[in-house]
Design a protein around this ligand. Structure first.
Ligand code: FDA
Length: 393
């Protein structure tokens, strides 16, 4: 058998975090091997942001990340900021624009981001090893040994950047968790996040609204988001729902305020201004007709507003501002953009991402229990955690 190839660093996973980390370490003179079982690197980047990659968010701040330790991400995020990534892509002439809520997208294609990262790796003389499954990983005498279909490689440092299990058809796996368990690192239970929620028979009326969308305030757990909700054949989706899904736990309710901007007493006020209106016609002034019809049916206030008691209207107003859904579940990892949970941050240095128990092991990116909101935050965490490790290698 051929002797193992020797490197300073082996990076497992050529996604956002793995490529960035390999490039940084390589450009610092480290001999880096970058492995991925996919034939091409960065597949999630390519499909992200509808093909335009929402690569960061200008409002990046630690409170936009979910983790058992909300302080953990501060160090890496403060040392590699959205502006740092903007400066990097500026050097490649990649044009971008800001959409809503601080989200930055490529003007053209996410391919430009992958091409940039590949070029950064080439500048660091990173050795690519794509299209080969990782058969075995072990550690002895201060060295990590990785066996793939192409052979055996060894290095004193191993970066685990294989992400989370969301969207398996793109090559996503729970490999990082298996490795963490093998090396004795604790996990925070991984759950699908930024994922549509499913509704059961009690909410069948709403599933009939598939395709209808409306601006709402959605709440679940500690998550509160003012964005659009979308009704689907299976339940609820749209940015507001994806955001709260990261905070939602099985068995809990999701509260929807259909009129987050309305003043208290607006329905009784509407009765004075539009006494001939019905509940349905009044709601339809401010939301899609089919949604107005479904909500009016559930409120069961038939007839003109003039004939409704003020107390009944006050109760209807309360329900419209705090409509409760009890999702039966999520659309799972097959449809989840990310994973909440992962390798526990208690095991890692927040400065370098190195495992405290096993020097030389560096979990980064989505594999770690740090999950961003929707809107470019997850890539910013991938870049920042990769930089933190890459500069320490
Ligand atoms: P990532 O998943 O990018 O990379 C992991 C790599 O490891 C992959 O290349 C995979 O093939 C490889 N791998 C996995 N298991 C392996 C194994 N067993 N052996 C070898 N290799 C293995 N975020 C954002 O900020 N803005 C956005 O616009 C979007 N859009 C978006 C759309 C969709 C559809 C999804 C699914 C996700 C997003 N995201 C996003 C989330 C974002 O893609 C995600 O947070 C990052 O890609 C995480 O980067 P990592 O490098 O940690 O993992």
């Amino acid at each position: 058998m051929a002797p193992p190839q020797l490197f300073d660093v082996i990076v497992l996973g050529a996604g956002a975090a793995g490529m960035m980390c390999a490039a940084v370490a390589g450009q610092r003179g480290r001999r880096v091997l970058l492995l991925d079982h996919n034939d091409e690197p960065g597949r999630k980047i390519l499909i992200s942001g509808g093909g335009r990659c929402n690569f960061t968010n200008v409002h990046t701040a630690p409170d936009r990340f979910i983790s058992a330790n909300p302080h953990f991400a501060k160090s890496a995020l403060s040392r590699y900021t959205p502006q740092d990534f903007i400066d990097l892509i500026a050097g490649y002439g990649i044009a971008w624009h800001e959409k809503t809520l601080g989200q930055l997208f490529c003007d053209e294609s996410a391919r430009a981001i992958v091409a940039m990262l590949v070029n950064e790796c080439e500048m660091g003389s990173v050795t690519p090893g794509f299209g080969q499954p990782i058969r075995d990983v072990s550690h002895a005498d201060g060295r990590f040994r990785v066996t793939t279909g192409a052979g055996v490689a060894e290095a004193p440092a191993l970066v685990v950047a294989t992400g989370g299990p969301s969207i398996p058809k793109l090559g996503a796996t729970g490999f990082a968790y298996d490795l963490a368990k093998y090396f004795g690192l604790k996990l925070v239970e991984p759950r699908p996040a930024l994922v549509p929620l499913t509704l059961g028979p009690d909410d069948a009326l709403f599933r009939d609204l598939a395709g209808v969308s409306a601006p709402v305030r959605a709440k679940a757990g500690k998550g509160v988001f003012d964005e659009a909700a979308l009704f689907t054949h299976r339940g609820l989706s749209g940015p507001a729902i994806l955001q709260v899904s990261s905070y939602w736990r099985h068995g809990e309710q999701v509260a929807i305020d259909f009129f987050p901007q309305a003043q208290s007493g607006w329905l009784t006020e509407a009765k004075r201004e539009h006494p001939r209106a019905t509940m349905r016609s009044l709601l339809a002034r401010q939301m899609p007709d089919r949604l107005a019809e479904a909500l009016a049916e559930k409120l069961a206030l038939a007839g003109e507003l003039a004939n409704q008691k003020d107390a009944a209207l006050a109760e209807a107003e309360r329900r419209l501002s705090d409509w409760r859904f009890r999702p039966t579940g999520t659309e799972a990892f097959a449809k989840a953009e990310v994973t909440v949970g992962g390798i526990s941050t208690a095991e890692l240095s927040s400065q370098t991402m190195e495992a405290k128990k096993l020097p030389g092991l560096y979990p980064i990116g989505e594999a770690v229990d740090v999950t961003g909101w929707l809107g470019g935050y997850n890539f910013q965490w991938a870049w920042a955690s990769a930089q933190a490790a890459g500069r320490a290698l």
